[in-house]
Design a protein around this ligand. Structure first.
Ligand SMILES: O=C(O)CCC(=O)C(=O)O
Ligand SMILES: [Fe+2]
Length: 348
């Protein structure tokens, strides 16, 4: 769920909206009262984002993979690039670095698309090296959490899911309520797999982006031994959450104003009960006034660490504080137009 907040000047960020998710709610604020009743990203944290039809070159990547396996009897040096990765009772799959496997321009089309998605939607400026992995009969990933890897994991499927001849292969992600099991426990209600894990089918060209702190895995694949019929995915992590400017102002022109707003913001947030996760907002900075005219919540995985002084309050406090300090910031003006700042806040 994404909400949007606007200053009184109320200039709609139509250009920003074209690169951002559609918003579901807006709140107009007036004067000094910054509409604080309505400012949050709203609701619960969001741990899963699905983008279908992600990549223009997905078919070409798939064709390249198929061509390398087209003649099983033919010995070519480029066959010998695969790592059979087996950690007993944990990971079994066949993988290779995507950068080495694909022709350069094709790989760059993938990398460019992931990098610009990470910057625009998540505030992450980098990606880990991308793996290309296939899953034949017996392959799976048991539940695990990739905590140090980055705020978001991604899986881009090149699997011909509609025509698959295997079972399993869904990405499974533990549902957040399972990690807080006793709070919502209902003694009379049974639970099965679908109540405990979210399963995401790797449709062809679907980008699944998820919070890798949640225990997750890949359901065991059964039924094919042929790589051309396998579950086939590109996967890795979005990393380096840092501010990202597009539009009129260059980073070096805006960074002093940003830091002036961030300093008191961080001081205030440091007094709150601990929380963990990443919240990313996008600001629209008016070229003519230097004021912030729009603040949009892009992603939000913030979880309150249990045991704090004021249970349930921290997400709200953090969001209000971000809005108050960043919404009130003033940047240099620019006759080149507006500037958009994607700003991730990492709490750990
Ligand atoms: O392929 C997937 O669906 C998940 C991949 C994953 O969790 C990982 O590589 O760590
Ligand atoms: Fe993982």
């Amino acid at each position: 769920m994404r909400h949007r907040w606007r200053t009184q000047a109320g200039v709609a960020a139509e250009t920003a909206a074209s690169v951002a998710e559609p918003t579901t709610e807006e709140a107009t604020v007036s004067g000094d009262d910054q509409g604080e009743e309505d400012v949050g990203s709203g609701g619960d944290p969001e741990h899963l984002i699905i983008e279908d039809e992600f990549l223009d070159s997905a078919e070409e990547l798939r064709e390249h993979f198929d061509s390398r396996f087209a003649e099983p009897r033919q010995i070519r040096m480029d066959r010998f690039v695969w790592d059979y990765w087996h950690v007993p009772n944990q990971y079994t799959l066949i993988r290779t670095p995507a950068e080495d496997f694909f022709p350069r321009t094709l790989y760059e089309s993938l990398e460019d698309a992931l990098l610009s998605y990470g910057e625009n939607k998540l505030g992450c400026r980098s990606i880990s090296p991308v793996w290309l992995s296939y899953y034949v009969d017996g392959c799976s990933q048991e539940l695990h959490a990739d905590n140090p890897h980055g705020p978001w994991a991604f899986v881009l499927s090149l699997t011909d899911w509609e025509r698959r001849r295997f079972s399993g292969g869904e990405t499974m992600i533990l549902q957040p309520h399972v990690l807080d099991y006793w709070r919502g426990f209902e003694a009379r209600r049974g639970m099965e797999l679908e109540d405990l894990v979210t399963q995401v089918e790797p449709d062809f060209n679907r980008l699944t982006v998820f919070d890798p702190r949640l225990p997750h895995g890949v359901r065991p694949v059964r039924g094919t031994q042929d790589p051309r019929e396998a579950r086939l995915v590109l996967h890795g992590w979005f990393t380096e959450p840092t501010p990202f400017f597009t539009g009129a102002l260059e980073e070096h022109e805006a960074v002093a104003s940003l830091n002036a707003a961030l300093e008191p913001l961080f001081e205030e947030v440091a007094t709150f009960s601990p929380s963990t996760g990443t919240t990313t907002v996008r600001l629209t900075i008016s070229g003519s006034t230097g004021a912030v005219t729009d603040l949009e919540w892009l992603t939000d995985t913030l979880i309150e660490v249990p045991g704090g002084d004021e249970p349930g309050a921290v997400r709200d406090q953090v969001q209000r504080t971000i809005v108050r300090h960043l919404g009130g910031a003033t940047f240099p003006t620019s006759d080149k137009g507006d500037t958009y700042l994607t700003m991730p806040f990492v709490f750990d």
